[in-house]
Design a protein around this ligand. Structure first.
Ligand SMILES: *[C@@H]1O[C@H](CO)[C@@H](O)[C@H](O)[C@H]1NC(C)=O
Ligand SMILES: *[C@@H]1O[C@H](CO)[C@@H](O)[C@H](O)[C@H]1NC(C)=O
Ligand SMILES: *[C@@H]1O[C@H](CO)[C@@H](O)[C@H](O)[C@H]1NC(C)=O
Ligand SMILES: *[C@@H]1O[C@H](CO)[C@@H](O)[C@H](O)[C@H]1NC(C)=O
Length: 754
């Protein structure tokens, strides 16, 4: 790999605590990998980067310096390196004038837990002939080149702008690119691999393949997961090309590798980037996805990223930056239900994805709380959760269906020889229980009590579990419970997430034993937004990342609260609402912004001129004129974190650019609760040409009790376009919005007796 300076497999054992049968070397003791970020790259000195980095290291470390300490030199779109440093050295280097920030290389995690039709983007839709020139960069766990979704029949050669490559290694000579997967690379600066890892861009996990197929998989007829979700699998932009950047391995994904992948993707010429990897940092410049996507944005490339799977509570989102798109996961109208038939003839409908059918034969059913493995020290209180290995008594459970009280069961049922599992737990009833290697169906606690009553009422209780069937969810879409929620704890006056997209029970290509898999998570949502953004870009190839984001956000369909009884205000769950790709093609107006605007925003957040210059790569200065408040960032949503119990007022400065009809007049339509007073000045905007930009001010006034919020909307309406922005004012409280959190009505039934 071009950017890899040295492979220090043995050196890293100590650092990564990875169980490999080698002894570690002492030389990196007390040192850990740190990322030294030096801002965007000055033009034309790529060749010298590594030697410049080495000499900087040598000067800083002094006599104990070894060239092996330099792990990576970022060579392409931004400047920086990864090196083994002690804490003191890291601190010292962070104070050097050319260094923007130094932070430990973190190990991050992948986010796992007929969507395009549901979004109104059918197979037969108006498509631009530029679609096959669009290149989607997917930073994830690699890709399965053999998947039918990436068959290149009918694709021409890669677009001429493509400058990337396909990394084939002796470890996996079967890995090849084609005219669909036009590029593939892999990154592992630590040099540490698990036994299932293949040193190639090949996906051995399934995640990266799933994500890539949602964005840009070709049409595959009769795809299904064991007959479930049968239909045509396809991506949002099925003609587009894919470049896979593998950064996630069996153990984790390193932030240094994510940065390297961004660096290459930008230089390779991708048009859009999808990243479904978790962030944990609580600042912009300690987060590889924030940094990488800033560089991408400077180069005209929008990054779409998963909001995270840490919901449903308030303040769980960790994807903060206003220059990328944070995508929440919503449901589609396709829901999987799984019937359990009890021995007395009652049929109960639970929620799961179950590919097995026990048929009409009845099996004995036992409550896990009645079957503890006492010789191993378990009692009913511990065995009822079916969690720990050997917590169930095999003599009682073997050949039975077992009723467990936890949503996620451990290995206990299979170790005890259960034929199936019925789960009764109110946690996250809005999406199907995880796929297990045996039949499963999930119910509410209340339904579980009915089953328990039946077990108690008869000497010979029996049941069976049927294969799941697809039903229609009238409540859809609503945001899934696992989807991470705002408010934004880094910049409280930037609304996050930005938008929602389907992320529950999504059929996508997979690697390994099954060709297609049904998966849930914001990981599946982000690629829907990436696909929609790519679709918009095929019609508007010159639009900036901010313009594309604006088009997606202002045309999104607001999500009603009827499905998921959210006490977190809906804006903190779904942002502007559920994505609408066709609408986004013709938004009428866009809220545009460029790297300078984001720089001015950062300046107002307290970053100084030298730091900014390194990030922007130009002579941007933090002056009085270029030091903007968060309310002046031209963002397509409005958020105000306000003190409680006292009157507040906020002035938001915005500008909209006409991309609809040359002559058009838009009127501001405000919808607001009585607690908020909102004025827009001027209330009408008259455009006389395309590309014309007009400014307005939105004044937000009110008074809010602690822990409360007010939701409003601004719509610029010209009779043809409705350019909609969410407005949310909230007063902060440690426990805000959490206390009344409730299960969705849609799922609360969890069970119905037919
Ligand atoms: C490569 O592909 C061939 C033909 O499909 C197969 O027999 C072989 O096992 C593959 N090798 C590896 C390392 O996967
Ligand atoms: C109880 O657990 C032990 C392991 O701790 C296991 O060997 C044994 O088979 C279990 N007993 C039954 C009856 O399942
Ligand atoms: C639901 O499952 C979780 C673990 O997955 C467990 O901690 C909790 O106690 C269960 N709830 C009930 C009501 O048993
Ligand atoms: C920018 O404005 C902020 C807030 O008023 C202030 O704290 C900061 O010092 C200003 N920075 C510069 C360089 O003027």
């Amino acid at each position: 790999m071009a950017i890899k300076i040295s492979l220090l497999t043995s050196l890293l054992l100590l650092v990564f605590n990875y169980a490999l049968p080698f002894s570690s070397m002492a030389s990196v003791e007390n040192r850990k990998p740190y990322i030294v970020y030096m801002g965007s790259r000055p033009e034309g000195e790529e060749r010298l980067a590594a030697s410049r980095h080495l000499s900087l290291l040598q000067k800083s470390i002094g006599s104990t310096f070894s060239s092996d300490y330099l792990l990576y030199s970022y060579k392409r779109s931004f400047d920086g390196f990864v090196a083994y440093l002690s804490e003191d050295e890291a601190q010292m280097i962070s104070e050097l004038p050319d260094v923007v920030s130094v932070f430990p290389d973190e190990e991050l995690e992948l986010e796992t837990t007929g969507s395009w039709d549901f979004l109104g983007l059918p197979e037969e839709v108006d498509r631009s002939n530029l679609e096959s020139d669009i290149i989607v960069g997917v930073i994830d766990s690699g890709i399965s080149p053999e998947s039918q979704s990436f068959d290149d029949t009918g694709y021409g050669s890669p677009p001429s702008k493509w400058k990337g490559s396909c990394q084939v290694t002796p470890d996996d000579l079967n890995f090849t690119c084609n005219n669909k997967i036009i590029g593939a690379r892999f990154y592992r600066s630590s040099g540490v691999f698990g036994s299932s890892d293949v040193r190639s861009p090949r996906d051995t996990n399934g995640h990266g393949t799933h994500v890539a197929s949602i964005v840009a998989g070709g049409l595959v007829r009769d795809a299904s997961f064991y007959g479930l979700a049968d239909g045509t699998a396809r991506g949002g932009v099925p003609s587009a090309r894919i470049a896979a950047y593998k950064v996630c391995w069996s153990s984790s994904c390193a932030s240094s590798d994510i940065l390297a992948a961004f660096d290459d993707a930008v230089a390779d010429g991708v048009d859009i980037i999808s990243v479904s990897i978790a962030s944990t940092a609580l600042n912009y410049f300690g987060d590889s996805i924030s940094i990488g996507s800033f560089g991408a944005m400077r180069n005209g490339i929008l990054t779409s990223t998963s909001a995270g799977n840490t919901g449903p509570n308030a303040r769980t989102i960790r994807k903060f930056a206003p220059w990328f798109l944070s995508v929440a996961a919503s449901t589609t109208n396709r829901k999987f239900v799984t019937e359990v038939v009890l021995g007395d003839g009652r049929i109960l409908e639970g929620i799961s994805i179950n590919r097995f059918d026990l048929g009409n034969d009845q099996y004995p059913i036992i409550y896990a709380g009645y079957a503890p493995n006492e010789t191993a020290g378990f009692n009913g209180q511990t065995s009822r959760l079916c969690g720990q290995a050997y917590s169930l008594d095999a003599n009682l459970v073997r050949g039975n269906i077992v009723l467990c009280d936890a949503r996620i069961t451990g290995p206990a049922p299979s170790l005890a020889g259960a034929v199936g599992v019925v789960v009764a737990n109110d946690t996250q009833l809005d999406y199907p229980a995880e796929y297990l290697p045996y039949p499963v169906s999930q119910f509410s606690v209340e339904a579980g009590l009915q089953i328990l009553e039946y077990i108690r009422s008869t000497g010979n209780p029996t049941a069976t579990i049927h294969k799941s069937v697809e039903t229609y969810d009238i409540w859809a879409p609503y945001v899934a419970s696992f989807s991470a929620r705002g408010p934004n704890i880094l910049t409280p006056d930037i609304l996050k997430p930005d938008i929602s997209a389907p992320g529950v029970s999504i059929l996508g290509a997979w690697s390994g034993s099954v060709p297609y898999h049904l998966a849930s998570g914001t990981s599946a949502a982000a690629p829907h937004a990436t696909g929609a953004a790519a679709y918009v870009k095929t019609f508007h190839p010159t639009w900036s990342p901010a313009a594309i984001r604006s088009a997606l956000m202002t045309t999104a369909s607001p999500i009603s609260r009827s499905g998921w009884k959210n006490t977190v205000p809906e804006e903190f769950a779904s942002g502007a609402g559920n994505i609408n790709p066709i609408g986004a093609k013709d938004p009428g107006l866009v809220y545009d912004a460029d790297a300078n605007d984001y720089a001015s925003f950062l300046c107002g957040q307290g970053y100084d001129t030298p730091t900014l210059r390194l990030i922007t790569g130009d002579d941007t200065t933090c002056t009085a004129a270029n030091n903007r408040t968060v309310w002046e960032l031209n963002h397509p949503s409005f958020a105000a974190s306000v003190p409680s119990g006292q009157p507040f007022s906020r002035f938001f400065l915005r500008a909209v650019t006409n991309v609809g009809s040359a002559y058009s007049t838009y009127t501001a339509v405000i919808t607001a609760p009585p607690t908020l007073g909102i004025h827009v000045i001027p209330p009408t905007l008259s455009f006389t040409s395309l590309g014309q930009t007009l400014q307005f001010v939105l004044i937000l006034r009110g008074e809010l009790d602690i822990g409360s919020s007010g939701s409003a909307t601004l719509v610029w309406d010209d009779g043809e376009h409705k350019v909609r922005s969410p407005i949310i004012a909230y007063s902060a409280a440690a426990s805000d919005f959490v206390a009344n959190y409730a299960q969705p009505e849609a799922a609360a039934a969890g069970v119905s007796t037919i």
